[in-house]
Design a protein around this ligand. Structure first.
Ligand code: USQ
Length: 394
């Protein structure tokens, strides 16, 4: 299969590229280095330097003999997107004459993924809205015009649902109203502008499915943690981008980094905020299974992509416990919450669909967290305390 990975430089994009390449698929990654550029502009640092996509593809080829094709371009520009499907980009490893090069699958990660970034000011808000919606809309039109049978696997977010006072279903809700029934997208109410762009993505994709019969899987993912995957095999030159700063770092990765450098764990508010989490290895499995078993033509298939739920306080306690076992004295500080979000709420999402198609969860055990500590420790000298908390307010 030819798999196109949009946003192939990101935290999840590059590990996905290696994962599919390792399975023998033809993989093309596309990125404009937006994430790196935003990190540089804000000077938030990363845990370790990450080679360019071209260098990583070369290293991967040396190690495995597999080729990952790299295209550098801004997918918010419709011509860049359309060029991937209309023959302008040459997929030169297409040795089989029957192989058109048109990707059978697109994995769409090409979005500005940070909630705090989207709320720094009107400029970062506009960048988030324009990038995320234009990339998704450009993809929908490119597929409408050139390749309606291509399956899209899009990474959505559990944050689209917010924290409603009812059970969260997988994407859809059957509603009975005045004696009649219908199935609708589950109500969405995000608590950041970034998360709101993902709701708008869902609407754009649902429109394209209804109008043009596209086939789309939308994976509502929770915060991801982890560094190593089977494909990195201990080679840190193949590690994904790893942020621990307030803007781009997500909570588990941040807490471990804070513990290693002796910075009190930054629990926002009461710490009762509960979310669904997953290991980066499970992101690969979930996307992989979705690719193997695609949505049907004219179907918007939605899965909730989480493996277990934790509150912020539970994660802090676990980080303290695991840190203590490794000789760290980890302290916790309850900071006034810079975000507007419920700190004590009902949370009961359904997340059976991906297991039903064969995903086997890796849970966040003390051992798994200790493994992450051991990786982060190796880069302790790189950790900058000044980027850990700045307090971007909603
Ligand atoms: N939090 C803290 N302390 C911190 C960082 C976060 O208490 O130092 C809290 C936040 O207030 C929030 C929770 O931890 O309640 C999760 O925050 P996060 O920064 O780890 O994740 P979030 O902003 O929700 O966004 C991340 C990814 C995003 C993805 C989303 C999935 O950046 O791309 O869509 O997780 S979800 O959260 O399910 O919407």
């Amino acid at each position: 299969m030819h798999i196109l990975i949009l946003g192939g430089d990101g935290y999840l994009g590059w590990p996905s590229a290696m994962y599919f390449s390792n399975q023998g698929h033809q993989v093309t990654v596309v990125d404009n280095y937006l994430r790196r550029s935003n990190c540089n502009t804000l000077d938030v640092g990363m845990l370790y330097p990450v080679p360019t996509l071209q260098t990583r593809a070369r290293l991967w080829h040396e190690k495995t003999g597999h080729e990952i094709k790299v295209v550098i371009g801004d997918l918010a520009d419709p011509e860049v997107m359309r060029g991937l499907f209309d023959g302008r980009v040459k997929y030169d490893w297409a040795v089989d004459p029957a192989f058109t090069g048109i990707p059978e699958t697109v994995v769409h990660y090409a979005e500005q993924p940070s909630a705090p970034y989207s709320l720094i000011d009107y400029k970062t808000a506009n960048l988030t809205v324009s990038n995320n919606l234009l990339v998704t809309n450009n993809l929908m039109f490119a597929l409408r015009d050139f390749s309606r049978d291509t399956h899209v696997v899009h990474i959505g977010t559990m944050g689209e649902y917010g924290t409603p006072n009812i059970d969260i279903e997988e994407g859809w809700l059957e509603i009975e109203h005045k004696g009649r029934k219908g199935t609708f997208l589950f109500p969405r109410q995000a608590s950041s502008l970034y998360h709101t762009t993902k709701i708008m993505d869902t609407d754009l994709m649902w429109f394209a499915v209804r109008m043009w019969g596209l086939r789309i899987t939308d994976l509502m993912q929770g915060p991801v943690y982890g560094i190593e995957t089977d494909e990195t095999a201990g080679d840190d030159r193949l590690y994904p981008i790893f942020n621990y700063d307030e803007i781009f770092g997500t909570i588990v990765n941040r807490f471990i980094t804070q513990a290693v450098v002796g910075y009190p764990l930054t629990v926002y508010g009461k710490g009762g905020q509960t979310r669904g989490y997953l290991n980066i290895r499970d992101t690969l499995q979930c996307v992989g299974k979705s690719v193997e078993m695609p949505a049907k033509a004219g179907e918007l298939r939605i899965f909730n992509q989480i493996m277990e739920t934790f509150s912020v306080l539970e994660l802090a306690e676990m980080t303290q416990r695991v840190g203590a076992g490794l000789g760290y004295d980890v302290t916790v500080e309850n900071l006034p919450n810079p975000r507007k979000e419920a700190e004590d709420h009902y949370y009961n999402p359904t997340y059976q669909g991906l297991r039903d198609i064969g995903v086997e969860p890796h849970f966040l055990t003390d051992e798994v967290m200790a493994g992450m500590f051991r990786v982060v420790e190796r880069y302790r000298d790189n950790i900058r305390k000044d980027v850990i908390f700045k307090g971007v307010k909603w």
